[in-house]
Write a new protein. Sequence first.
Length: 453
Amino acid sequence: MLAAVGSAVGLGNMWRFPAEAGANGGGAFVLFYIFCVVLIGSPVLLSETLIGRHGQASAPESVRRMAIESGKSRHWDALASIGVLGAFIVLSFYCVVGGWVLYYVGAFAQDLVTTGLSGGAFQGRPAEEVEALLPGLFGNGTLMVALQVLFLLITLYFVARGVSGGIEFVATWLMPAFFILFLAITIYGAFTGGFAEAVTYLFSFEPERLTGPVMLAAVGQAFFSLSLGVAGMITYGSYVGRDVNLAGTSTIIAGADTAVALIAGLCIFPIVFAAGLEPNAGPALMFQSLPRAFQDMPVGSLIGLLFFIMVFFAALTSSVSLLEAPTAWMKDKFGISRVVATVTVSAGALLLGALAALSFNTLEEWHPLNGMSLFAGMGMFDILDTVTSKVLMPIGAILTSIFVGWIASRRLIDAENGLTGGLHRFWLFLVRWLCPVALMAILLVGIFPSLTE
């Protein structure tokens, strides 16, 4: 369960959720996001884990086994193959962002050694210089690739050690450490002076702000945050014992993931508001606005260091899940050892990730898919992000909903999902109807953004 929570809790919560909440006006987005987690994210999450537990194998093999036992085409394994491909692609650029986190861990550690505990972070340096740390990193292609490789090697180490020796260690030690740091910094932020403003901003519902684009952004965030559509939950589901109630476990995973996202808002926005900064900085919120805010905080260097260590833990637990899905597939498919499979997948992710890292500097003018309107003007990093979040992940989740809701044997599904009575009927309605429709909306708007205009 901790491993699955770690898979869901990552940069999607710590980086993407505050950025999306800030860019979409706060409370209306947040409350609709919670609604989407309950009615869309959780049903698909349970669907993925039950496939994995029934199949007891890699994601495609688990789907294949359930399809054959249901008397259906074995080619339904394509839905999980899409997820495995998506996990591989996400891993490649996720490690680039993980490298940014390592860069800020190093920057705050160096600042702490230089200036000590007294005063704010980066003393004597103008705010513009602190905000320029990230653009400065973007301009250094060699450092970007080196940090990406370092983050990937750390991920490789834990996955290569296996389920009990590696993934279990990450789950049982890093996840509790993450939550301790997380709560400590949130409590600290509550006394910075901006906590009441942050609570109002995040939880005040203003109906006029709940526009079509905001609702679609909330659906997309709920879907992305739970790591759905990338085969990770199917893979982790295959490690779950028969004595575990999957419905209860899925509820805990979704609840923990949502709680972390909300607490991330209560951790970050009080610091931002106390420093007099704007909450709508988007993706730059964590990497530019927050370091600037730490300048104005007592012991800012230490708080900043602990914050980015915490983000590193969250990023690592998710990257382990992303690497585990294609590793398990390759191990089963070709009958090779876990170490060989992990190294092979990592090598491919390293090459693709290096192109993504260099798209911010050396390959900045290279737009390989410029002829396609969806990818016009995009570098490799944005292409990889777009093709996974807007195409592969929604398609994988739509096919999962259809497979579980309409294709797989009711006998097999009922034996795995842990639901009875009205809850079972409600879940089946959501998986059959609401989830595919909502996910189709994400897919269509992602490919044709003009539909929201």
